[in-house]
Design a protein around this ligand. Structure first.
Ligand code: SF4
Length: 554
């Protein structure tokens, strides 16, 4: 059942949820756009902007771009205007969006499942050097993000990416975003099930399909059969987590409604076991529930998590089964507790075929086009040509023979890509921040990198898993709420009462099977300059007071 503004849902569906009429849900017949974003999407499908970019904007330049395309539909092809350089964080909230707009773009390349060949990686690196002033960040959603992109260059960038099977389609916007996947799918010795075929079928069926290109908001998804729970399933709109069913064998436990940002929510289990070949159907069912019943009146209530919170797991599953799948799902077990806390696959690990994969850590996901090209060289010389990105801003080289591991490790370390990183390098993530993001209030990437260096110098003996996540604003792109130490960028007062860059501190958040949000430490705000001192104090106190086996979050 596909309800659209032109094609209302059946009357039966409309009657069932009539009390939510005021939320702008299509399925209850509320098809008139209730805000400017909904109107823009109704006026023209975001995917259609590609033709205008190729035939008009790339030829006539930035000033020819229609306003609704510039600040809306271009996202459907992974493009956002970046922040004009030199505007400090104090101006973020008071300037009009167009005053913050640079004439350059951020461009996001979706890397579903984190899968890259060395040929693809080389093209990604070359584009970075040729069109993006060398920028190329690895995000915590396994994507690559460029900056400094000119509209004139976008068609050529697409041509090169698509020639090697990569795409920016629906990398941003109110769309089915990149599908996270285990970076060790198909190779890990401890894998429960390989979700790769389901990811491929979802891409074939859903991405770029105009039945699903006008969602209430973004739709984040994750599929992993790794027992390490390596795709942050707890904070995705939909997640399939590998489990062994006592009667039916390996399959996936279905989670819905996770998401951070304002009103963070951990996803809920629907208690359903989904076999591999049914994952695409269930994905399509859940995204259809979201499209039809999701709230469209207020953008800050438009993520699936709000619908799931209002309905509860039982009703959500019933609507999914009765109206979309037209069959009952099989009840199933919850995932088991992982045996280790790190989920990033960093280090040297044996594959099930006897070869090895090698995971390494750049600082806060920051690499550049030159480094990516060198990683491609190393992966080609030492492996079979397969590289992976992780949901923790890390990367892996796969398929390395035992006698080639040391040489690869040496090559990576010589590029400052650590295979045995400190807990700080391993556990610190940072969002884009004020360097390029129009919503940012503070610097993040450089701050994160210097914090890692400082902590490595000050407390080299620290050996516990720790997560330190740094956001440039109250949003949650670097997942501050679920970090041991979450740092939310804002302006704070220094000792002399001057407004300076700093952070609100959240302590004790966690993902995993005991997920929870960090406690906002009331009144505890640190200046950027005071950050290393503060984090050092917290970690030293933890070291002194912890009891055997105690984690930071407990
Ligand atoms: Fe931008 Fe804020 Fe997201 Fe950081 S958390 S990338 S500053 S929106």
């Amino acid at each position: 059942m596909a309800a659209t503004p032109d094609k209302p849902a059946p009357a039966a569906s409309r009657r069932k949820t009539g009390r939510h009429r005021g939320e702008g849900q299509w399925a209850v017949g509320h098809l008139t756009p209730l805000n400017a974003n909904e109107q823009t999407k109704k006026d023209d499908d975001g995917l259609n902007v590609r033709t205008r970019i190729e035939t008009i904007y790339a030829h006539r330049g930035f000033d020819s771009i229609d306003g609704a395309d510039l600040r809306g539909r271009m996202r459907w092809w992974g493009l956002y205007t970046q922040r004009k350089p030199g505007i400090d964080g104090g101006k973020t909230a008071i300037l009009e969006p167009e005053e913050l707009d640079d004439r350059y773009f951020m461009l996001r390349v979706r890397i579903d499942g984190g899968r890259l060949t060395t040929r693809q990686l080389r093209v990604v690196g070359e584009i970075s050097q040729e069109f993006a002033r060398g920028t190329a960040d690895i995000t915590d959603r396994q994507n690559v993000q460029y900056h400094w992109i000119r509209i004139e260059d976008v068609p050529e960038i697409w041509r090169r990416l698509e020639a090697v099977g990569l795409s920016t389609a629906e990398a941003c916007g109110d769309t089915p975003r990149v599908v996270l996947g285990s970076p060790v799918a198909g190779i890990a010795a401890d894998e429960i099930i390989d979700g790769t075929p389901a990811i491929d079928e979802i891409l074939r069926r859903i991405v770029g399909n105009k039945d699903f290109s006008n969602l209430p908001r973004k739709f984040k998804s994750a599929i992993s059969g790794s027992p390490l729970l390596d795709v942050a399933h707890e904070i995705n709109d939909i997640a399939f987590v590998g489990v062994n069913h006592p009667e039916h064998g390996p399959g996936f436990d279905l989670w819905v409604g996770g998401g951070l940002s304002t009103n963070p929510k951990i996803g809920v289990r629907l208690g359903a076991w989904v076999p591999l070949d049914e994952v695409p159907d269930v994905y399509e069912g859940v995204i259809s529930v979201f499209r039809d019943y999701g709230y469209r009146r207020l953008r800050n209530r438009a993520r699936l998590k709000f619908l799931v919170a209002d309905w509860g797991a039982e009703k959500f599953r019933q609507v999914l089964e009765d109206q979309y799948l037209l069959r009952k799902l099989v009840d199933g077990p919850a995932p088991e507790r992982p045996e280790q806390e790190w989920r990033d696959h960093v280090g040297v690990h044996r594959q099930k075929d006897g070869r090895f994969y090698v995971g390494f850590a750049p600082r806060v996901g920051r690499v550049d086009g030159t480094i990516l090209t060198k990683i491609a060289d190393l992966a080609e010389a030492h492996g079979s040509g397969r590289v992976r990105t992780t949901a923790e801003q890390k990367m892996l080289v796969l398929d390395v023979e035992a006698d080639r591991v040391d040489s690869l490790v040496e090559g990576l370390e010589s590029l400052d890509l650590r295979v045995t990183p400190s807990p700080f390098r391993r556990g610190t993530m940072a969002c884009t921040g004020i360097e390029f993001c129009k919503l940012a209030i503070v610097e993040t990437k450089a701050r994160g990198a210097s914090l890692i260096d400082e902590l490595e110098r000050r407390i080299p003996e620290f050996d516990q898993p720790i997560t330190i996540n740094i956001n440039g604003c109250p949003n949650a792109c670097a997942r501050i709420q679920v970090a041991d130490i979450g740092l939310k960028g804002q302006l704070v007062l220094d000792d002399e009462g001057r407004q300076v860059e700093g952070y609100q501190v959240h302590l004790g958040g966690a993902l995993g099977l005991d997920p929870g949000f960090g406690r906002k430490v009331r009144g505890l705000k640190v200046t950027s300059d005071g950050l290393p001192d503060y984090v050092e104090r917290v970690l030293r106190r933890f070291q002194e007071q912890r009891e055997d086996g105690e984690r930071f979050a407990t």
